[in-house]
Design a protein around this ligand. Structure first.
Ligand code: NAD
Length: 490
């Protein structure tokens, strides 16, 4: 399987079978590298979603009747099959996102590691056994499935995004309907193919292709969906929360970030520069955890700015392994970030590097944004407070640690944060006082691991954490069980 032999029209997976949208409508998926159509995708709407939810409801009781260990074994089989096809999966990811093949393979490895970790949780599906106030009585908790999980994902790291949601949702005994990201349909379709090849029963995982308003919104509204887990923008997260809230459905929101990276006067500036460029530009800045606010002590600002400008100028942009970053996912995304940069310039921002679309021979047809460094922006300007989701970062000058911490925390988001310092005192104080879900010392703003809980504060989410064992809390409910061991004595 390679991008050359995936179907001409990417179908849904409903009840174990590939299917068209009932309307028979499709839309085109364009290559971010060439701007050319790769294939068509079925354009699902409410009736398709409803059918998928029905299939999931029918399949769920039998799936839930397996033990968590049996479900984990099956998920492990899927993981093994993912490993077997990892190069083919990476080729699909690279074609759909414009990510370099090596990076796509790395991301596929992350999805596999997540699958292995969650599969093992089938043997650690712990509850709690405790004492009772009453003699001859035991108290304990067990996890129980919720029913049908509605999963909605972004396109930025597509195979990892699928794995983050599907593995824990299924391990807990739910069936699922995944609404694939419209920009990475084949990755989700391929995961479905592998899951069924590995022996997942029909209807346990259904995958619906289509646009957010047409296929995502009906999934959130469907009363047959018991838990919704969403990874995407704060704007869409807010809509989902209100629809889910109105019908009191459980909801997990993993949203965006405007993540600060602080460089102190005692930092190793070479290492800091390396991590700033990786945080800001790797995956073309399309990470919720990308570093988009670089907060630098006044005394090292000029020196670090010179290093950053020089190294940014040396970055190569393209879809290959020897390139430092690729294109952004679509034209709309590109136009949106260019518009925000133009407005920032009108407000006095200074573009130190990039700031424009790449239009040379190898880039002109694709969605290529030059890696962009900007300074002299107010921390409350649109460009400082809006997630751009592209290779753009702003530099800010501060006089000391207190000012840096204050600025880092002064954000509508609170996802990840990083500090570069040789001082254990500053590092520790930052780790404790930064208002974020992830704090990193002397590295980048990104790099979460499958066994660790990821998520953020404020507009970065609603307080849930995925993955890690904490993901099990999203996809299961606790039940208290009390046992009277000798009822006659009560
Ligand atoms: P987006 O919010 O536009 O879309 C995400 C998904 O939601 C897509 O599948 C889309 O079709 C669907 N959608 C859109 N409107 C919908 C609606 N009304 N109802 C239901 N579903 C709807 O986000 P995007 O631009 O595709 O992705 C980038 C965003 O994702 C960024 O904000 C990024 O930070 C965030 N993200 C967060 C994490 C995390 O773990 N916190 C990880 C990756 C990406």
């Amino acid at each position: 399987m390679s991008p050359n032999n995936i179907p001409g029209i990417i179908p849904n997976w409903i009840d174990g079978k590939e299917s068209e949208a009932m309307s028979q409508n499709t839309f085109g998926k364009l290559s971010p590298d060439t701007g050319k159509e790769l294939y068509k995708v079925v354009r699902s709407r409410t009736d398709d979603v409803h059918k998928a939810v029905g299939a999931a409801r029918n399949a769920q009781p039998a799936w839930a009747s397996l033990t968590p260990v049996q479900r984990g074994d099956l998920l492990y089989e899927i993981t093994r099959t993912l490993r077997k096809y990892r190069r083919e999966i990476a080729a699909v990811v690279a074609a759909e996102t414009g990510m370099a093949p090596g990076a796509a393979l790395g991301e596929t490895g992350g999805a596999i590691a997540l699958g292995e970790f969650i599969a093992g949780e089938g043997r650690r599906f712990y509850g709690r056994t405790t004492t009772s106030a009453v003699p001859n009585k035991y108290a304990m908790t067990v996890r129980q499935p919720l029913g049908v999980a509605g999963l909605i994902i972004a396109a930025n790291t597509p195979i990892a995004n699928v794995a983050w949601k599907v593995f824990p949702a299924l391990l807990c005994g739910n069936s699922a309907v995944l609404k694939a990201a419209e920009d990475t349909p084949a990755t989700a379709w391929y995961f479905g193919k592998i899951a069924h090849e590995a022996g997942l029963p029909p209807g346990v995982l259904n995958i619906v292709q289509g646009y957010g308003e047409e296929a995502g919104a009906p999934l959130v509204a469907d009363p047959g969906v018991d838990v919704i887990s969403f990874t995407g923008s704060a704007a869409v997260g807010r809509k989902i929360a209100s629809v889910a809230g109105a019908r009191l459905a459980k909801v997990s929101l993993e949203l965006g970030g405007k993540n600060p990276l602080v460089v102190c006067d005692d930092a190793d500036l070479k290492a800091a520069a390396k991590w700033i460029l990786l945080s800001a530009f790797s995956n073309a800045g399309q990470r919720c955890a990308s570093g988009s606010r670089i907060i630098i002590f006044d005394s090292v600002y000029d020196q670090l700015r010179t290093m950053l400008v020089q190294r940014t100028g040396e970055l190569t942009v393209g879809p290959d392994d020897n390139d430092d970053l690729g294109p952004v996912i679509n034209r709309k995304q590109l136009d949106n970030m260019l518009a925000v940069i133009r407005r920032a310039e009108q407000n006095g921002a200074v573009i130190l590097a990039g700031g424009h679309r790449l239009t040379g021979d190898t880039h002109a047809q694709g969605f290529y944004m030059a890696p962009t460094l900007i300074e002299q922006v107010d921390p409350h300007d649109e460009i400082s407070t809006t997630e751009l989701f592209g290779p753009i970062t702003c530099l800010y000058r501060v006089k000391n640690f207190e000012a840096a911490l204050q600025m880092a925390n002064d954000s509508p988001y609170g996802l990840t944060a990083c500090i570069h310092t040789r001082s254990i005192h500053r590092a520790t104080e930052f780790a404790h006082k930064i208002q974020a879900g992830v704090a990193v010392i002397n590295a980048g703003t990104y790099g979460s691991e499958p066994h660790m809980p990821f998520g953020g504060l404020r507009q970065s989410g609603n307080g849930t954490r995925e993955p890690g064992t904490e993901a099990l809390d999203i996809y299961s409910d606790l039940k208290d069980i009390y046992i009277n061991i000798d009822p006659e004595k009560l």
